[in-house]
Every structure is written in C-alpha cells, then in structure tokens.
Design a protein around this ligand. Structure first.
Ligand code: ZN
Ligand code: ZN
Length: 248
C-alpha cells in the first residue's frame, strides 16, 4: 500500500485517515512482494495560500522530485532532510506565485534541474505580480533548465512522471502522471472543484477540455494530489465533481 506523509496525518489513498505525525508504511493487506514498496509522498502545505508542495520519492533509492516549492522553504528543506530524500528535480505544475516562491531558497541547498512548461516560464519574471504582492522582481532568479512539453517523461529511482499539458488555469499548466500510482494536478483539478479561470491567461472552456479529455481519461484509480486541499481520485471526480463531469 501507499507510504504517504501528509501534514499531520497519514492519509490512505482510499480515503481513510490514520492519526500520527510520522512517516509510516500502510498496513499490508495486499500481500506485496518485499522490495515492491510504494512511493514516498510527503505534502508540505505552505504560505498564506496554503499551497501543497509535494515531495515524491522512490522508496528504494530515495531519489525525489520537489513539486511546486511555493513558500516556507525552511519547512520544505526540513522535511526533505527528515525523510532522507535525494532531490533530482524541481518541477512546477504552473507559474503562479504561490507555487514558485521558494524555488530560489530550495535551489540554494539543492541546485537540481528546474522544470516548467514554456508558456508559464514568463511568470518567474512577472514584475507586476511581484509588485502586487510586495516581492522583489524577479520572483525566481534562476532560469528553468527543462521546458516541459506534452509526453515528456522525467525518471528518478524506479519512478517516472509523465507530463500532460492541461491549459485553462494558466496557459502552461501541466499535470504530472506517475503510473500506476498518482497524478499531481496542480491547480487544474481539485477535490470536488477545479482551478479558477479568471486570472490572466485563464480560460474556462480550456480547463474543462483539459480535465475531460486529459485527466478523466487516465486510469480511474490514480490518486489525485492537487495544488490545494485534500487528495482525491480520478474516478471520484469523474462522477462527483460539480464543475466538470464525464459527460456534458
Ligand atoms: Zn494557480
Ligand atoms: Zn495555487
């Protein structure tokens, strides 16, 4: 079963919530082969926007990706060290300030390749957004090393993340699929909700198409880890999401 560290609780992908603030291995009900351990997933919810930064790692090598380090770099770094992870990439699901704000501070300790879709890379240097939030510009000093596109695969340890381009919340929004386990959905798909489309570059028709054609066509049992709020699954959202259902 899953090995998940989610804030103060250990969350079972099927929805059960176990208490205890510790890294834990889920009860083994499936008689899995030894050495066939499930990925390590840790969520650090950061900043005033309560953004979910995810650490996703291979259980054998501890090679990890840091997804959306948005704020509170110290807490993210502390969790990486607690779990003894070895970061390989920093990946952005999109370029909004709440998902990128800790990139430079995390990169100072782990100067690993930085990846984002080219259509959102411009947000690293958006002076207006920086000014709006009283931050100095650019919001991210370093340049992206990898410009993500549909179908790209990033490998680390025994795991891979496949890039699915899901515009609508932002033009360069992506979801990251790790079969057969989970999908990191950024601000495209949430538990019973979808990303807002009223910000610059947002497009309602586009986000509906992205979700229906690219996310709801993924395997039903993939766990969805969103950029805000609690995890869900593809099948739950297909039938329970009030904004985008399977059929029109
Ligand atoms: Zn966003
Ligand atoms: Zn966000």
């Amino acid at each position: 079963m899953y090995q998940i560290v989610f804030g103060a609780a250990v969350v079972h992908p099927a929805g059960g919530r176990l208490s205890g603030e510790r890294k834990d291995t889920m009860p083994d009900t499936d008689k899995e082969e030894p050495g066939n351990a499930m990925p390590i997933i840790a969520c650090v919810t950061v900043g005033v926007f309560q953004e979910n930064c995810y650490l996703y790692a291979c259980p054998q090598t501890h090679h990890a990706v840091i997804i959306d380090p948005g704020d509170e770099a110290e807490r993210i770094l502390q969790r990486i060290q607690e779990l003894e992870l070895i970061p390989q990439y920093i990946i952005n699901t999109h370029g909004h300030i709440d998902h990128i704000g800790a990139i430079d501070a995390v990169s100072a300790v782990y100067p690993v390749p930085l990846a984002i879709h080219p259509d959102d890379a411009i947000m690293y240097t958006d002076e207006q957004v920086a000014k709006l939030y009283g931050r100095s510009s650019p919001l991210v000093q370093r340049k992206p090393d990898i410009l993500l596109k549909e179908g790209d695969r990033l490998a680390f340890g025994t795991l891979t993340l496949e890039v699915v381009h899901t515009p609508g919340h932002t033009p360069g929004g992506v979801c990251l699929v790790s079969r057969p386990y989970c999908v990191f959905s950024g601000d495209t798909l949430f538990h019973r909700s979808i990303g807002r489309t009223d910000l610059p570059g947002g497009d309602f028709e586009q986000i509906v198409t992205s979700i229906r054609d690219k996310l709801y066509t993924l395997e039903d049992d993939l766990v969805v880890f969103p950029g805000h709020g609690t995890p869900t699954t593809i099948i739950e959202e297909k039938y329970e999401n009030p904004f985008v259902t399977v059929e029109e």
